[in-house]
Design a protein around this ligand. Structure first.
Ligand code: AHR
Length: 872
């Protein structure tokens, strides 16, 4: 069926003479041809597996050319993901195995298998050598013992040696054995393809197989062309388009229930989203735990002293670990004052933002090793030492003790500093030095930055995902986010390296996160690693790294069960008691939990996910577990992830895709085909990405258009969150993001307002409508989209209409079928030129009736909220 569809597509695409060529070729094709598989060294070996075919082993025709049929997924982006010397082998049962060397240093090779060389299973990276590399791997098969032998070269110590291992299933391998170099089969061949000498493997195959490869490449080229459509070429694309007429007729009889959780937010500590961002702490490196390893040694100034300096030369600063407040925070500062007036300055995160008249809570742990009590003057100061506020604390303890004071800012400044000036000479030990505005969101201590939190709250998100993203599963096993390290007194929390290249204090931990959800009326959606780190890991090994050892998995599973008890359990339970001690005796009402984040669907993953899933199901059947199906909308992890989730009966899966606006325009039917009896979908990460990664009307409208399709499919898509949410200017690792900010201001993107309009105008019933468009050009028709929902609380009918065309769409809206409506409705419009990145929605009231005209401006998103008489 797929083939027929594909051929039809091609016939409509290609000029007539090429269609005839295809038909005649089908009638006179060779029985078999030669296929050559190879990779080049271009792009540091990251270009993946290529094919060429030939009828005579002399003249080779590259497919693509150099189309990537398989790309390596080993290790970190940017430096890894390399496919070196791939070796293709067809086993006796017809399955193709491809193995390759992943780099010049690791003792692992990569393996992937496929039936047709088009669809590949998830890759595995068996480690076969300790402290040695694995180069030019090749496969042979012995029919007498049904064993595959994989041999390779290793070059540690400058000596080339050969080794081999055997396997029956490409999952379990015998220990590596040394092999006499001359016994290597060396089955690779050299051929000329497009005048270049290439090394690879040659195979005699059916023409049908090669034809499948050619069609795969042609389809990819066609899709690329469609998906790269952008507003830049709209004028040429729609040159003859005048105004377009449309009728929108709402059909209430066919309405269906949709998820009332559809729009939520994805919070990850990326781009300084937490420390230096939403977490209102104003001091940087308050715990002296910054470490070179946070940035993998790339920034020598990123150490325990980061953000701290002395105010002159009359004092010295040392970092000690002899007697910390808590073992989870081993470092602290020892300040030796040689002359009164000397002190320590913290520069905050790019300065400290203060507002005149506002109060700031200062706290510090002090111990006086010289047993002399000391008064500390605490000041907010300007660049030249101007004093913007002052308080004193008297530290009188030889043991660690917390002291507090309040500063009132006399000035508004974006780049103040905090100065601590002990009023006696001698040594003083300091740690957990903290400054918080009293005006945090909802006034909580250890709270969140009010303006940022409010901007998130204004979306009316129905859920908040936390802590990521990749932060959930971490860079290597040691970096997996452990929720238990993030609760309790701040000094006992365990800070760690943030995989995005900075430091994570865990000050915004699980408690603060759940409290925020409660404050804004959103459901918590914690995402916990499935016992495996990120497949893009580079620390402590590379890739998925074998997962948490099975002997440690029972404890890990218990940690996951404990978070449910912590969130929902009675105060008499062990973990419920801890929640109560933190100030929240009432349960947090956790309903969903995500396990895994776009993981490689390996056996290692499946084993661990199954353990966690079964344990939750058994102990907490009331919790909906959300599984994971890879980092994109297709491909091996998507396919295998779905198969696995279906087999296990996982109630919901997390899909991710960052795509071009053209992709969103051309994939509005993506969920229309989804089987409603399988897992529900949480579209956990998505965003429209243009080249250069701007956010503007074009990206916002592509998302708005796609969201009409999500509402239409709200019976299968239960939740969706744009990603990432926050980004501090000057500290981004990822663009675009929904909300940018600096220390003083919050700068929502145009795309933010789409999320806000959907969040504020959500419904729980979808009402289909028949949309008739005068324009017959399919490309134009796809850029008009409508969704109508009813909100059962307000009984309002909400129309969302997107026009991604450069011309007005004159619509007639027929609401006859929804019953009585009020004559005045609220209309909100977001519109602008496609590259407008400053557009903001504007609202007014308009007259509506059961049949009313409405003109959709060019490039616009309109929400009309109609009141009905059905009020309760
Ligand atoms: O949203 C940014 C990153 O994108 C997430 O951490 C990860 O899950 C995805 O690849």
């Amino acid at each position: 069926m797929k083939n027929i569809f594909f051929s039809l597509c091609l016939l409509t695409l290609l000029p007539l003479h090429s269609s005839i060529a295809i038909i005649s070729k089908m009638a006179n094709e060779p029985d078999s041809v030669y296929l050559f598989s190879y990779a080049t060294t271009k792009n540091s070996n990251m270009n993946g597996l290529h094919f060429a075919w030939s009828t005579d082993q002399e003249n080779w025709k590259p497919i693509g050319p150099e189309f990537r049929f398989l790309v390596c997924d080993y290790g970190r982006w940017g430096v890894e993901k390399r496919m070196i010397t791939p070796f293709l082998f067809q086993s006796h049962n017809g399955i193709w195995h491809c193995i390759w060397s992943v780099n010049e240093k690791h003792g692992a090779f990569a393996h992937a298998e496929s039936k047709d060389l088009v669809h590949w299973k998830p890759q595995s990276y068996p480690i076969v050598m300790e402290n040695n590399n694995c180069l030019e791997p090749e496969i042979s098969y012995n029919t007498s013992n049904s064993l595959y032998t994989i041999s390779w070269l290793s070059t540690a110590d400058g000596k080339t040696q050969s080794y081999n291992t055997t396997t029956t299933d490409f999952k379990n391998y015998s220990p590596a054995k040394s092999l006499i170099l001359s016994n290597r089969l060396n089955q690779r061949k050299k051929v000329f393809i497009s005048e270049n000498s290439e090394t690879g493997t040659m195979h005699k195959v059916t023409w049908e197989l090669v034809d499948g490869l050619i069609k795969k490449q042609q389809l990819a080229a066609y899709r690329d062309q469609l998906w790269s459509e952008s507003a830049k070429t709209d004028l040429a694309r729609f040159t003859s388009l005048q105004t377009v007429d449309a009728t929108i007729t709402v059909n209430n009889s066919k309405n269906k229930k949709i998820s009332d959780l559809l729009v939520g937010v994805f919070f990850e500590d990326i781009n300084y989203a937490a420390d230096g961002g939403l977490y209102a702490e104003l001091l940087q490196n308050r715990d002296f735990e910054y470490s070179l390893s946070d940035k993998e040694g790339n920034d020598k100034s990123w150490n325990n002293n980061k953000a701290w300096r002395l105010n002159g030369d009359k004092a010295t600063l040392d970092i000690d670990t002899v007697s910390p407040i808590h073992q989870n925070n081993p470092h602290y500062a020892v300040l030796r004052i040689n002359e009164v007036g000397a002190g320590l300055i913290n520069e905050g995160f790019d300065g400290i933002a203060i507002r005149a008249g506002d109060k700031y809570d200062f706290s510090v742990f002090v111990s006086n090793p010289d047993k002399k009590s000391k008064k500390l003057i605490i000041r907010l100061i300007g660049k030249n030492g101007e004093i913007y506020g002052e308080t004193t604390v008297s530290s009188n303890s030889t043991e660690w003790k917390k002291f507090e004071g309040v500063l009132t800012a006399t000035q508004t400044a974006s780049n103040a500093r905090l100065e601590i000036v002990p009023q006696a000479t001698g040594n003083v030990a300091l740690d957990m030095i903290s400054l918080f505005p009293q005006k945090t969101f909802k006034g909580h201590k250890n709270g969140l930055r009010a303006d940022l939190a409010q901007t998130i709250a204004d979306i009316h998100p129905r859920f908040v995902r936390f802590p990521g993203g990749c932060v959930s599963h971490g860079d290597g096993l040691g970096n997996i986010y452990r929720w238990k390290n993030t609760i309790g007194p701040l000094e006992s929390r365990k800070p760690q390296r943030n995989l995005w290249g900075y430091h994570q204090t865990a000050g915004l931990g699980y408690f603060e996160y759940f409290q925020f959800c409660e404050d804004i009326g959103a459901e918590p959606l914690p995402v916990i690693a499935a016992g495996v780190p990120c497949q893009n890991s580079a620390t402590g090994g590379a890739g998925q790294q074998g997962g948490i050892p099975m002997c440690d998995m029972p404890d890990y599973v218990q940690d996951v069960l404990d978070v449910i008890e912590w969130a929902n359990g009675d105060v008499k339970t062990k973990w419920g008691k801890k929640r109560a001690e933190a100030g929240h005796p009432m349960p947090f009402n956790l309903k969903h939990i995500g396990i895994g984040n776009e993981d490689l669907i390996s056996d290692i993953f499946e084993q661990r996910f199954t353990m966690i899933y079964k344990a939750i199901k058994e102990k907490h059947p009331e919790i909906t577990v959300i599984g994971t199906v890879g980092p994109t909308f297709e491909g091996s992890d998507y396919e295998e992830g779905w198969k696995f989730a279906t087999k296990l009966g996982v109630p919901m899966v997390d899909e991710h895709y960052y795509q071009s606006p053209g992709w969103f325009v051309h994939n509005q039917e993506y969920y229309d085909k989804y089987d409603r009896s399988k897992s529900k979908v949480y579209l956990g990460e998505y965003a429209a990405h243009l080249s250069g990664r701007p956010t503007n009307i074009e990206t916002a409208l592509a998302e708005a258009l796609y969201l009409t399709a999500l509402e239409r499919n709200g019976d299968v898509v239960s939740m969706a969150s744009y990603a990432p949410l926050l980004a501090k200017e000057g500290h981004t690792q990822w663009n675009p993001d929904l909300i940018y900010f600096d220390n003083m201001d919050v700068k929502p993107t145009v795309d933010y307002f789409v999320q806000q309009l959907y969040g504020q105008n959500a419904g729980d019933t979808y009402i289909p409508s028949i949309v008739m468009i005068s324009e017959k050009n399919e490309s134009a028709r796809k850029r008009i989209s409508v969704s109508v929902v009813r909100d059962s609380k307000s009984k309002d009918i909400i129309l969302k209409m997107v026009n991604m065309l450069p011309v007005v769409v004159n619509a007639k809206v027929n609401l006859e079928d929804v019953g009585e409506i009020m004559p005045s409705a609220t209309r909100t419009v977001l519109t602008g030129a496609p590259d407008d990145n400053k557009a903001r929605p504007s609202s007014d009231n308009i007259a509506v009736s059961k049949d009313f005209p409405y003109s959709l401006p060019p490039y616009s998103f309109t929400v009309i909220r109609v009141k009905t008489n059905k009020r309760e």
